[in-house]
Design a protein around this ligand. Structure first.
Ligand SMILES: Cc1cc2nc3c(=O)[nH]c(=O)nc-3n(C[C@H](O)[C@H](O)[C@H](O)COP(=O)(O)O)c2cc1C
Length: 373
């Protein structure tokens, strides 16, 4: 059995440790442009012996339409690619690895954030019972999401193309790979789930149909940059952003069986309710993650298995003992740039300040202290 602090080969990524920084939206990219301050923040967490063996970037919009929150970064144009280079160079300068999380929010958006003030897009015209974040007078404000319109069938190839283009841009910006965000009730998750997808065409109804868009996106990105540089994030039972499915176990089993041939780098599973109870249940019985992994391995899937949600050192050790390969830590990395060192040494942990999670500047972002050496 590997320990948290041992190297791992993850597709084409050679990682120094198994400690991963989970994707964390921080709303500090006005105009969707990555900043110098963001480069500083990531570099602080990038040295793999103190910080993360792998950093997953904050969720990053693949197109203007993909945006659902104020001041989140994008990866659809050249200026954004140039902006991200500061981050990737800073991470690589200290020996770190970083992948970009590719994001389309679907219906979790607001007309104020959409091109031309248009409604957000979704599998079906069903409003999500959730909030998004606008920034007004410099302050983050939670507002209801806007009513979406259903994507037409002939628009779906364009969505796949936007993902492919964003993945190509991510590599051009110097990222070591990408993570496709299909968790937490965003567009790809909206297509997967019976609660948000009530389409009558080839992309709705049966499990096979609801999984179609995600599988097409994964295939296109793997074709573009190679499956060994691609991860996928899923949250089979989370209720985040009004995600509802009647039968998650067969749905996610089918998805992973279909993806097995792509030889992806890793699969990233949020266990339970994102940022909430790990034993949260959706569907008729408790979700069986071990059975899901077994089904994937039986189908020939080789991706590393990454787990997330409320992990501490003890829980991480037991997950590795049970066959997980990587553990992603979110909130702990906000407050502890040197989390790996602190976990290894059993040192006290800084507490994250929730008031500075979304929006603002250096306070609560780049001013958390590392242990002095
Ligand atoms: C401030 C904040 C921002 C987040 N942003 C993202 C994101 O951009 N993409 C994503 O997949 N998850 C996001 N999450 C969820 C985290 O990646 C993670 O799943 C969650 O915090 C549970 O892990 P933890 O207990 O280690 O914090 C965010 C969570 C927080 C607290």
């Amino acid at each position: 059995m590997a320990t948290l602090f041992e190297p791992a080969q993850v597709g084409q990524l050679s990682l120094a440790t198994r400690v991963v920084m989970a994707p964390l939206t921080r709303n500090r990219a006005p105009g969707a442009l990555p900043t110098e301050l963001m480069a500083t923040y990531y570099a602080q967490r990038a040295d793999p012996h103190n910080g993360a063996g792998l950093i997953i970037s904050e969720a990053t919009a693949i197109s203007h339409q993909a945006q659902g929150y104020a001041d989140v970064p994008g990866i659809w144009n050249d200026e954004q690619v140039q902006g991200w280079k500061r981050t990737t160079q800073g991470v690589h300068a200290v020996g770190g690895k970083i992948v970009l999380q590719l994001w389309h929010v679907g219906r979790v958006s607001h007309v104020d954030l959409q091109p031309g003030g248009q409604p957000p897009v979704a599998p079906s015209a069903i409003t999500a019972k959730t909030k998004t974040v606008l920034i007004k007078n410099g302050l983050a404000e939670f507002v209801d999401t806007s009513a979406p319109r259903a994507l037409a069938l002939d628009e779906l190839p364009g969505i796949v193309q936007d993902y492919r283009h964003a993945a190509r841009n991510a590599i051009a910006a110097g990222f070591d790979g990408v993570e496709v965000h299909a968790a937490n009730g965003y567009l790809l998750d909206q297509f997967l789930r019976s609660g948000s997808n009530q389409r009558q065409d080839a992309y709705g109804g049966s499990i096979e149909n609801r999984a179609r868009l995600l599988i097409e996106v994964m295939q296109a990105i793997a074709d573009e940059i190679g499956g060994g540089k691609v991860g996928l994030r899923l949250s089979p039972v989370t209720p985040a952003n009004d995600a509802v499915d009647a039968l998650p176990q067969p749905l996610f089993t089918y998805v992973l069986q279909q993806l097995a041939p792509l030889r992806l780098a890793y699969l990233h599973l949020i266990e339970g309710s994102t940022g909430g109870p790990r034993d949260y249940q959706q569907g008729p019985s408790a979700f069986d993650y071990a059975a899901l992994r077994h089904a994937y391995r039986s189908a020939g899937g080789t991706a590393a298995w990454m787990v997330n949600n409320a992990y501490d050192r003890a829980l991480a050790d037991s997950a590795l003992a049970d066959g997980a390969d990587l553990v992603a830590f979110g909130r702990l990395f906000i407050a502890n740039p040197d989390l790996t060192r602190r976990l290894r040494e059993g040192a006290a942990l800084n507490k994250p300040d929730r008031m500075t999670f979304y929006g603002g500047g250096a306070k609560g972002y780049t001013d958390y202290h590392s242990l002095s050496s």
